[in-house]
Ligand binder design. Structure first.
Ligand SMILES: [Zn+2]
Length: 228
């Protein structure tokens, strides 16, 4: 695409001089969450894993699990990477040269892995994200990255869905945003009611998708239709 790339002026709303604050962003959109202070050390985190291994009934000094605390803490760096990432930064480069295109842009089947904040057990599935651009569009891969930023934190599926919608709404200012997420929760499959295969579906509709039922139907039809 022959386009003009514009960095998004995300600091405009937080101007210390009190100048123009045209855009107010939600806290979860504007910045990565602040870590608790003092942040536990790596040694403390590994000790906590040893405690959980012992609590489960195993011996943390057994050879097979000796290195497990180190591996678990390493894995946390990836699984919870979203705590170090800022959604506004992910969406900060937009393309303003969109010609006459003003219809729905849908990225379907964005796979994601997350962890429920109630049990710290995985939930995973697919997100479908659509918006109706006005003036500017964002690189399609950025929508997938945005889902990952929020997914790689402790989450509920409901919050994940609304946070993705809010970030797109506040930064791109489109005519509408639609997000549908379908996921399986391991805390329902492996424990509790033990219902593997149960799908949880959540949606958020903003702008024209909220106000016009026909647009909702069109979104759902495009999500459900076509080849899989
Ligand atoms: Zn859970």
């Amino acid at each position: 695409m022959d386009a003009i790339v514009k960095p998004w002026p995300k600091n405009a709303g937080a101007n210390a001089t009190g100048n123009t604050t045209a855009t107010q962003l939600s806290d979860h959109v504007r910045a990565a969450p602040r870590p608790v202070h003092p942040r536990p050390s790596r040694e403390e985190a590994e000790a906590a894993v040893r405690t959980l291994i012992a609590y489960a009934g195993d011996d943390p000094k057994r050879e097979g699990v000796l290195e497990t605390p180190k591996r678990v803490v390493d894995a946390y760096g990836e699984l919870y990477k979203g705590y170090t990432e800022c959604p506004a930064d992910v969406l900060d480069r937009t393309f303003s040269e969109i010609g006459t295109y003003d219809d729905l842009v849908l990225v379907r089947d964005i796979t994601f892995n997350s962890h429920c904040e109630h049990h710290m057990m995985p939930f995973y599935g697919r997100a479908h994200v659509a918006y109706m651009p006005v003036d500017r569009v964002v690189g399609l891969s950025k929508l997938a990255r945005l889902v990952d930023v929020y997914a790689r934190r402790l989450q509920t599926q409901e919050h994940l869905t609304s946070q993705v919608a809010t970030a797109i709404e506040e930064i791109l200012k489109p005519r509408g945003v639609a997000v549908l997420i379908e996921a399986e929760h391991m805390c329902m499959s492996m424990r509790g009611v033990e219902k593997p295969g149960a799908a949880t579906i959540t949606t958020q509709f903003r702008g024209v998708f909220r106000d016009d039922p026909n647009e909702q139907v069109r979104f759902i039809t495009m999500v459900r239709g076509g080849q899989r």
